[in-house]
Design a protein around this ligand. Structure first.
Ligand code: BTN
Length: 262
């Protein structure tokens, strides 16, 4: 039942009708004896047991959204550089959305938001030695044509269709174009056509709630603060009571609630 497509991509997309998780499937195909080519991509028309960040589930209706995983060998990055990979993938997705006239934002560390609602998520799973990242499985979920969302996430999640009114009919073609955008970003950075500084600036320019007062929680304490930037290591800097503090992933939680000064 699997189809193969994608002429312009360096590596073809393998389309599965149904699978638990494309990340898990791709991981199970890795072998030391016969390495898979970089950019091998697995897309599922229906992903039944998708995984998200922080151990969350990623639940999607069949045949509506993009669920894809691709394989990278980012040997040029050292372990401390792992956040650069996060930025490259996020910005590749942003570029693809831009090609559809969609201006999205990045909610730190790598949720993609449109009109303040999450339309895409990224789950990167690295296998590394003490110094370098050997391989990285890049899992991407994009809410494309999904209309209904479960009550628990209704307020915070949406899809391209819901936000723009435009349906994307050919999901495989859309996925090819998405992966092409990501490849272009990755290659441009690898070949030093874009610098680390440019990458960081681009990421920070798109940062959700940057320079806007909002409510955050850290260590069960709620506080009002203003996001100022993210650094190359992925630390988030929030200014609060004239003090700039940095936070790691898991150390801070965003709140829906906006501060209304009117
Ligand atoms: C998140 O925002 O929590 C990350 C969501 C990542 C979902 C994608 S869908 C394709 C790939 N396979 C998975 O099991 N997860 C990722």
């Amino acid at each position: 039942n699997n189809t193969f497509s994608g002429d312009s991509l360096r590596q073809k997309i393998i389309v599965l009708e149904q699978i638990g998780s494309t990340n898990d499937y791709l991981k199970s195909q890795l072998s030391n004896f016969k390495p898979l080519p970089e950019w091998t991509a697995i897309m599922a028309r229906h992903q039944t047991h998708g995984r998200g960040q922080r151990g969350n589930v990623w639940t999607v209706p069949p045949n509506k959204n993009i669920t894809v995983s691709t394989l990278l060998y980012p040997k040029f990055l050292s372990l401390q550089d792992h956040f650069l990979l996060n930025m490259l993938i996020s910005l590749g997705i942003i570029d693809w959305l831009k090609s559809l006239q969609i201006d999205a934002e990045i909610k730190w560390p790598n949720d993609i938001l449109l009109n303040g609602k999450k339309i895409a998520g990224i789950l990167i799973e690295n296998s590394s030695t003490s110094k370098t990242i050997n391989n990285a499985i890049i899992g991407i979920g994009i809410n494309v044509n999904q209309q209904e969302f479960p009550a628990e996430i209704k307020a915070t999640a949406s899809s391209i269709l819901k936000e723009t009114g435009n349906e994307i009919h050919d999901l495989v073609k859309a996925c090819e174009e998405l992966l092409q955008s990501i490849q272009n970003k990755y290659d441009a950075f690898k070949s030093e056509k874009i610098t680390e500084e440019e990458l960081l600036n681009h990421y920070n320019k798109l940062l959700f709630q940057r320079d806007i007062p909002a409510i955050y929680t850290s260590n069960v304490i709620q506080f009002e603060g203003i996001i100022r930037k993210v650094d190359r290591n992925g630390l988030l800097y929030i200014e609060s009571a004239s003090e700039l503090k940095s936070y790691q992933f898991k150390e801070v939680v965003f709140h829906l609630q906006k501060i209304d000064y009117t």
